[in-house]
Design a binder for this molecule. Structure first.
Ligand code: CP3
Length: 345
């Protein structure tokens, strides 16, 4: 039996339809998610493998997407080692005692299997549930720079002032921080693949806050080391960030199989910047907010820009917005499967 279309497209192979999944496909846009989740921290939901498995499967059932993504979060490993992380609804991760100096390095010990037993149990359940359909599960982690931005800033930030201060004032300390994050990220990703995840996405969501010099010095090398640390597992890897138009040629050197592109760069131009590599993206999530017809029109524009060369995985340019009508995404999956031409035999 041949490999699932999603995995083959990641490797740049010819496929029989363009694969599609959506970042944040599991989440607040789905009524069945809201019904299950209730109140409480998302970290509690993630700690419940049966619940996390069900939430992972909801969008696969509803949309017939070509991949599942584990219901988890980029701060899960840091919560697991007791760094003191919470996720505040409507805001994002918040850190009780942000990373400030050398003493804080000790709070970033490596992960062991017990720390993330809840995550690997969820992976086991999901892989089991998907065995019959063959839909692959994507495991993921935050890339070191993006995770560092939360740990150093203490929460979401618009200006990245604290982390930029630290990286430029004390680059040696920042390197030590990145080294800790690289080790933890590799352990977290390897555990997901050992339990059956068949692809990995590294979210460097906030890399776009950096210029090219900063990206090379303070993000790219750490990302490269993470990708080297999982290369022997032989699963496709995807590197994604937001606002990274100016960084795409550097991101293409990180060693991932696929580069994710946000909606600000047209996909034909994105493909040129990335070079000979598969790309993922890049429908503007906001264009899914105005009904089925406008959403489908926008998806067709992306398919057109993707062209006919192999190696396109359809996705949004960032996560599904909470007010998205699921009917729009349902219609987009159908259009991508019926009309996508990139790499289709
Ligand atoms: O994509 C999926 O369906 C899988 C689940 C997933 C979540 N977080 C669940 C979640 C994934 C892939 C993530 C990754 C993640 N988490 C990123 C990278 C992706 C991106 O959006 O750039 C980042 C930056 C985070 C940190 C984080 N966690 C943020 C910014 C938020 C949003 C805060 C909010 O409430 O709007 C979270 C919380 C979170 N993680 C939610 C979900 C479904 C929403 C809160 C909830 O349902 O309680």
């Amino acid at each position: 039996m041949s490999e699932p279309v999603f995995l083959r497209a990641c490797r740049g192979e010819v496929v029989d339809h363009v694969p599609v999944w959506f970042m944040r496909q599991a989440g607040r846009s789905l009524p069945e998610y809201r019904a299950l989740r209730g109140e409480g921290s998302i970290l509690d939901a993630i700690a419940d493998p049966a619940l996390a498995c069900e939430v992972t499967l909801q969008p696969v059932r509803r949309y017939g997407v070509d991949a599942a993504i584990l219901f988890s979060d980029i701060v899960v490993p840091y919560h697991a080692i007791g760094f003191g992380v919470d996720v505040v609804p409507g805001r994002g991760p918040v850190i009780a005692r942000p990373f400030r100096d050398r003493d804080d390095l000790e709070r970033l010990r490596d992960l062991n299997a017990e720390d993330i037993a809840h995550v690997t149990s969820t992976v086991d359940l999901v892989v089991d549930a998907l065995a019959e359909s063959g839909t692959p599960l994507i495991g993921f982690a935050g890339a070191p720079f993006t995770v560092a931005s939360y740990l150093v800033e203490g929460g979401p930030t618009r200006d990245f002032g604290v982390i930029k201060g630290l990286m430029h004032a004390d680059p040696a300390l920042f390197d030590q921080l990145l080294e800790r994050l690289v080790a933890i990220t590799i352990s977290f990703l390897r555990a997901q693949v050992e339990h059956g995840a068949r692809a990995l996405q590294l979210f460097d969501s906030w890399a776009g806050a950096l210029n090219r010099d900063e990206y090379e010095r303070f993000a790219l090398r750490a990302t490269q080391r993470v990708l080297e640390g999982v290369a022997d597992l032989d699963v496709p890897t995807i590197l994604f960030g937001v606002g990274t138009g100016e960084l795409l040629s550097l991101m293409a050197e990180a060693g991932s199989c696929v580069v994710g592109i946000d909606w600000r760069v047209d996909l034909d131009e994105g493909r040129r910047r990335v070079g000979d590599k598969a790309v993922q993206g890049n429908l503007d999530p906001a264009r899914c907010l105005s009904g089925v017809q406008l959403g489908v029109d926008a998806a067709r524009e992306v398919l057109h820009r993707a062209g006919s060369d192999a190696g396109h995985i359809f996705n949004l340019g960032h996560g599904v917005l909470p007010t998205t009508d699921p009917l729009v995404l349902e219609a987009i999956v159908k259009v991508v499967h019926d009309e996508g031409k990139a790499g289709v035999a």
